[in-house]
Design a protein around this ligand. Sequence first.
Ligand SMILES: [Cu+2]
Length: 148
Amino acid sequence: MKPLLLALSLALLPGIALANDAIQISAAWARASILPSRPGAAYLTLQSEQGDRLLQVTSPMAKTIMIHQVLESDGVSRMMHLPALDLQPGQALAMAPGHLHLMMMGLTEKLVEGTEFPLVLQFEDAGDVSVNVSVLGIAALGPAEVVQ
Ligand SMILES: [Cu+2]
């Protein structure tokens, strides 16, 4: 199934909020992947006026999605798994390559540049919020690159 069809079929599922005023999500993007056997990475900017906590992220595109933070010590960078992500009230939290990201393990298909796929973010207060993620090029650093 094409990602667009997945997105449409997900939109028809009951119980999934497609818009949620409590959480603002912007700049949702992922890097294209060369092989489906390699994990993918997705990035978003999140903001909640009241403050909230991101508990879990799921997608039909991946078996498991983990919240990762990159930590650098002695010139070596490691990825640390975060069990949840706190949003401070009114403060935008921007994920970016080399920093905070969503690690997509066990991709069901390659992430192809120019396509979109859905993510469902589960928040402690706001509940489930769905967002479409744009797949950019393999070396993309962020959505600003495609805004001409
Ligand atoms: Cu990672």
